[in-house]
Design a protein around this ligand. Structure first.
Ligand code: UDP
Length: 240
């Protein structure tokens, strides 16, 4: 019996730090391969997958600004880091035989195609995994916001936020043993309680576009597919 996934089209956001694995910097190829294998499983279920990768494992603009440098230049460096990560994930997907394309918010035609909403949806309709590189293409934004933006643009039914823990907790579960995981919580409450699962811009954008955010552990192999099949461990951020 074929299992019908609960979402038809999703946007997966993975941070750059997730790609780093246990290393202090850069990309752990085994982590990229694991994320790629989870995406391959989603594709086998018939789900359209778009991906936004962060760049925190390579560079953050605020790091330049904190040392007296120019924030905009720092953010440009951060956005370029997301392109490196996107190329790494595409490489892992191609190894598994998954058709994937990188579309960048910053034009670099020798390396990858430029983003346009029309091209992105055309590729997704054709069954390709689309990796959105370069964040929003603008400084002072984050790849969380890029993920919410691209999710709205491609008409995603859900925004999957792959994190280090398996959902949204009342407090940091690594620091407080009594912290409880929410099964479901509203965008409003996440903002109100200041729960740091994504930045406020991203959560507000998802709320305005009625996109649920599924917070789950990116490190749990098969976790993505399990949720798409209606099970798994996660918190659903959606209006009640
Ligand atoms: N960035 C940016 N505009 C965007 C997305 C990212 O300027 O639309 C820059 C910013 O400097 C950020 C860095 O790229 O710190 C890496 O992105 P992010 O911090 O979101 O990565 P993550 O935390 O997900 O690894």
């Amino acid at each position: 019996m074929t299992i019908k996934p609960i979402y038809r089209r999703v946007l997966l956001k993975a941070s750059g730090e997730a790609l780093m694995g246990t290393q202090g910097f850069g990309i752990d190829v085994s982590v990229a391969d694991q994320i790629a294998s989870d995406i391959a499983e989603a594709k086998e279920l018939g789900v359209d997958v778009g991906v936004v990768i962060g760049g925190g494992n390579i560079f953050r603009g605020v790091a330049v600004a904190s040392k007296g440098g120019d924030r905009v230049t720092g953010d440009h460096m951060g956005m370029l880091g997301t392109v490196i990560n996107s190329l790494a994930l595409r490489t892992s997907l191609v190894k598994l035989g998954v058709d994937a394309v990188v579309l960048s918010a910053i034009a670099m035609p020798e390396i990858c195609e430029s983003f346009s909403q029309r091209q992105a949806t055309a590729y997704m309709d054709a069954g390709k995994v689309v990796i959105f590189a370069g964040g929003t293409g603008n400084p002072f934004f984050t790849t969380d916001s890029a993920a919410a933006l691209r999710a709205a643009e491609i008409g995603a039914d859900a925004l999957f936020k792959g994190t280090q823990v398996d959902g949204v907790y009342s407090a940091d579960p690594k620091k407080e043993k009594d912290a409880v995981r929410f099964a479901r919580i509203s965008h409003e409450e996440v903002l109100h309680r200041g729960l740091a699962i994504m930045d406020a811009t991203a959560i507000a954008l998802a709320r305005e576009n009625n996109i649920p955010i599924i917070v789950y552990s990116i490190h749990e192999k098969g976790g993505f597919g399990a949720i798409l099949k209606g099970g798994g461990h996660c918190t659903v951020v959606a209006e009640q």
